[in-house]
Design a protein around this ligand. Structure first.
Ligand SMILES: [Zn+2]
Length: 82
């Protein structure tokens, strides 16, 4: 099963590179994913500052939304990575 998933990820990587999408690690789980997988119904970014964010993979969308709603120690909104 694991080998099969790895092959699929390999295909996704080639697809992303060939068609000009990003191929980056998710800031939450660390797994690589492509820009073509970041679609209308699931694109979410983890806020890293008030004006910036990093795209998260499909599996971490809910976690990113929860972290973005958290307040940091200064009472500001956003689950900023420090
Ligand atoms: Zn993730």
């Amino acid at each position: 099963m694991k080998d099969k998933r790895r092959k699929i990820r390999w295909f996704q990587k080639i697809y992303a590179i060939l068609f000009g999408y990003f191929w980056l690690p998710c800031p939450i789980c660390g797994k690589y994913f492509g820009g073509h997988e970041w679609q209308d119904n699931n694109y979410t970014a983890l806020q890293i500052s008030q004006y910036e964010g990093n795209a998260v993979c499909i599996n971490c969308t809910e976690k990113a939304i929860k972290r973005n709603k958290l307040k940091d120690t200064n009472g500001k909104k956003g689950g900023f990575i420090k």
